[in-house]
Design a protein around this ligand. Structure first.
Ligand code: NAP
Length: 277
C-alpha cells in the first residue's frame, strides 16, 4: 500500500481547502531539544508551507517550568490566528505530559490527545483523532480492504497509536484484539488477523510465520538504525500478506498528510462551519 502517493493526493486536496477557507494556522510547541522531535517538527512546518497553512513554531528550553508551558498552551488556546495546536511528545521528564496534553482546547487539539477527544472517540463520536490512526484508516479505505466483520489485531496500546487505532477499527465494525508487551504467544493472535496493524517500535518483530496468507498488514513502527528506518514488520511478510505498507513510504507520509487535514477540520470548528461535539 503506497502511502506516499496517497499522501500527495491528500495534500493537494488540503491545499484546495486552504484556498477556499483563507488564512489557517497551526501552532506547534516543542519543549527541549530531542533530535527526533526536532526532525518531526521540521517536517510538520515544511508540510504546512507546502499547502499554504501558516505554522507557528514555539520552542521552549528543556528546563522550562510546567507553569510556563501551560501558560503558553493557554495563550495559544485563545489566539484567534491559531486553528490547530499540538505539543510535540515526549516532553522532558520533569513535566507532567498528561497535564500538558490535557490543557489544549479540544477544538484545537489536532492530535486528539485531550481527555475530551479521547472520550469522544471511546463513545464512537469522533472529533479530533490522531493523524496516525486516521492515516491507517484512509489507507485501508483507499485499498478497499474490508473492515466490517473482519478480525483486526492491533499490536501496541499507546494513546497515540494502538488505542485510537483499535477504537477506529471497532467503530468500523471489525472484531478487534489489542496485543501489548504482556501478551502471551503473540503469534497466536496475529495469525488470526485479517487486518494486522503493528505499532510497537521493535524492528522486524512480526515475521512471515506470524501472518495469515492473504492478510492485510500495516506497519506503523519506525526505528532509526544505521541501516536507515526500520519497521516492526519483517520484509519476508510480503511473501504471505495480500497488502503490506512499506517503511518508509507507508504510514509515515499518511500521518503527516492527515495532520494537515485535521488542521483544516480545526479551522472549520473554529469558524463554526462544523459543529464540535
Ligand atoms: P510506545 O508508546 O512505546 O508504545 C509501544 C507499544 O508497543 C506499547 O503498548 C507496548 O506495550 C507495545 N509493545 C512493546 N513491546 C512489545 C512486544 N514485544 N510485543 C507486543 N507489544 C509490545 O510507542 P508508540 O508511540 O505507540 O509508537 C510505536 C511505534 O510507532 C514506534 O516505532 C514509533 O516510532 C512509531 N510511530 C510511527 C508513526 C508514523 O507516522 N508511522 C507515528 C507514531 C508512532 P505496553 O503497553 O505493555 O508497554
Amino acid at each position: 500500500m503506497d502511502g506516499k502517493s496517497l499522501a500527495a493526493r491528500v495534500r493537494e486536496h488540503v491545499a484546495g481547502e486552504v484556498a477556499e477557507l483563507g488564512e489557517i494556522g497551526l501552532a506547534t510547541v516543542l519543549v527541549g531539544d530531542d533530535p527526533a522531535s526536532e526532525v518531526y517538527i521540521g517536517l510538520k512546518h515544511r508540510d504546512c508551507a507546502e499547502v499554504g497553512i501558516s505554522a507557528f513554531d514555539h520552542r521552549l528550553p528543556a528546563d522550562t517550568p510546567e507553569a510556563d508551558v501551560l501558560a503558553l498552551v493557554e495563550r495559544l488556546n485563545g489566539d484567534v490566528t491559531v486553528d490547530g495546536l499540538l505539543v510535540q511528545t515526549p516532553v522532558p521528564q520533569h513535566l507532567d505530559e498528561a497535564r500538558i496534553l490535557a490543557a489544549a482546547a479540544p477544538g484545537k487539539d489536532v492530535d486528539g490527545l485531550t481527555p475530551h477527544n479521547q472520550g469522544l472517540l471511546l463513545l464512537g463520536r469522533q472529533a479530533h483523532v490522531g493523524a496516525t490512526p486516521l492515516g491507517v484508516m484512509r489507507l485501508l479505505s483507499e485499498y478497499r480492504i474490508p473492515i466490517a466483520g473482519a478480525r483486526a489485531v492491533v499490536v501496541g496500546r499507546s494513546p497515540i497509536v494502538g488505542k485510537p487505532m483499535a477504537l477506529l477499527l471497532l467503530a468500523a465494525n471489525a472484531t478487534v484484539t489489542i496485543c501489548h508487551s504482556r501478551t502471551q504467544d503473540l503469534a497466536r493472535h496475529t495469525l488470526d488477523a485479517d487486518v494486522l496493524v503493528v505499532g510497537v517500535g521493535q524492528p522486524h518483530l512480526i515475521t512471515e510465520d506470524m501472518v495469515r496468507v492473504g492478510a492485510t498488514v500495516v506497519d506503523v513502527g519506525i526505528t532509526r538504525t544505521d541501516e536507515g528506518l526500520l519497521g516492526d514488520v519483517d520484509p519476508g511478510v510480503a511473501e504471505v500478506a495480500a497488502f503490506l505498507t512499506p517503511v518508509p513510504g507507508g504510514v509515515g507520509p499518511m500521518t503527516r498528510a492527515l495532520l494537515l487535514e485535521s488542521t483544516i477540520r480545526a479551522a472549520r470548528y473554529r469558524r463554526g462551519l462544523l459543529p464540535f461535539s
